[in-house]
Design a protein around this ligand. Sequence first.
Ligand code: GLA
Length: 678
Amino acid sequence: MFKGKLLHGGDYNPEQWLDCPEILEEDIRLMEEAGVNCVTLGVFSWAVLEPEEGVYDFNWLEERIDRLGESGIQVILATPSGAMPHWLTQKYPEAMQVQENGKRNLPGKRHNFCYTSPVMREKIHALDERLSEQFGKKENVILWHISNELGGNFSDGACHCKLCQEAFRGWLKKKYKTLDNLNRAWWGRFWSHVYTDWNQVHSPAPHGEWSMTGLTVDWRRFVSEQMSDFCRSEIQAVKKYSDLPVTTNLMAFFKNLDYNRLKQEIDIISWDSYPFWHKSKDEVPEAVWASANHSLMRALKKGPFLLMESVPSAVNWREYNPLKRPGMHMLSSLQAVAHGSDSVQYFQWRKGRGAYEKFHGAVLDHLNGKNTRTFRDVAEVGERLYALTECLKGTVNVPKAAVIFDWENWWAVEDTTGPRLDLDYVECVLAHYRAFWEAGIEADLIGMDEPLDGYRLVSAPLNYMYKSGYANKVKRFVENGGLYVTTYFSGAVDDTDLCFTENHPLEDVLGIVPEEIDAPSEEFANSFSYQGREYPAVRMCAVVHPKEGTGVLSVYEKDFYAGAPVVTRNSYGEGQAFFIAAQSDMDFLRVFYRDMFQKAGLQNALGIELPYGVTITERVPQKGYKGQAAEEGVVFVMNFRHEPAELSGLGEWKDAENGEIVSSVLRMEKLSCRILTK
Ligand code: GLA
């Protein structure tokens, strides 16, 4: 619970309306009506805060913050580095990014700055320090918001300028000490790619080097480091005169920046969620995608996070942009809270009149003031969140299962060449996560460096790279009674993408010896039977040999490797490890994980089987919460179907919002969320 409240509000850009005082006054009045208690100011205000180099104008901001304060509205104050003013790019073009092709960007757009550039840092720090001095102790300013969606321009997010190349070489020198070490780690003698001078190292580029995954993965690590360092430097500036906590808004499954690295710099995790609702009548894939991202954000710091942005109606940047159907705004907002968010914030409060985002959904449209369906939807969320304050106070989600989702593995498995070029790590993780979601078993999405303590079941699909220490951690986890699941193309390479030789690092734990991987065409697809039903084995089919004592639960049915295992089980210490050799379909994963949940002693909070499209999560009083936490936990039941759902066999519960007793059967409206307690 952030500052004792569930936050409700969003990005507010009054600088676009400074010449319309009546609009600014109306904003405050309507915010009160919409139950808004928190807005984010200043995200893209650089040109207004510092209209000329070294000339600052904070009066409008001060006036807005004070006016919001009078109405009891809190402020998240952003640093405006997300977009550079024209005076800056004109005078200091070196502050703009250089793309992979070596071309420097032209001015414009946003997220366009070089993370290394000393002049960019100098200019933004000067502004940040002044913001810190003037607003860092203001009563209604509660949180710093650094920049905006770091790394989020439309290419690889990185800058490839000379300064970045030098910084990359410096980073490599620190890591490898000698060129010999670097050449060994990157397998440099291949195609004569031996480096004899540090200055020969260049960032990956389509018209240059991209054939060494050791290099591409190290470059991505460096880029994450550089972005995190930029963030840290802004944090130092805003903390100069202020003790407020700091966040930066993250994005869904964002490949350019390792959030497990960035999280070390910030106090609070927040993210921007834009699922593609109504892409089809079956909302489950998008609901799973959103839940997985919420679970990832929650797991970064193992605790509450903030939903920093979401759209109250439709975005404008997809090929087509459906309006949220009745019920979906409430449901998707509560979905965030159900997974541990302590806020529902929007982009944005009021639609601008011009430029790129004028048709992006906002709480207030161009026409009709508060007389819109969107405004009513938002006000309803505000009211419901307010009413939920007490029963969610000090509550958190404590999953007993985890799915490994690791950035370095993501980069490596998709950068490497073979066995297929169309491997999609996120898609694979989502398929496994979906089995948890459908069963209502919550899972954290965690990186390979995270501790596994406290989990009973850990699943690591497509876990191609084993970072140093990972195999030993898994060994201990299984030895101590944990249940571990992994798949084809796991444990192939080390941190720098060098293949393991001799033994698979988890050979003893998994009880298998991998030999080959078939990446067959559709015509050569295989199949296997599991518990009396046949399933497809497609796209990736590992051929492995069971070691003595390993249970073979299923075998390939066709081709020259018919009879080789598809699903194996091995007991190791107190625990068990399962290996899935082939890619299959959702029907298989559903049945397979049902067994895993049973073996791990995991059941959902209602202890029942859920109808398709319905999932549940649980928030329980946090141990060691400072303050008066709620006495009981609550269970969020969410129906993502466009039709009513009925859950039966759930015993006696109480509706946490209206006190109604729910006995055995729970009836749910279409696209709705109920919150139960004991
Ligand atoms: C991102 C940005 C916002 C806005 C929204 C629009 O999340 O942070 O500034 O552009 O997208 O969807």
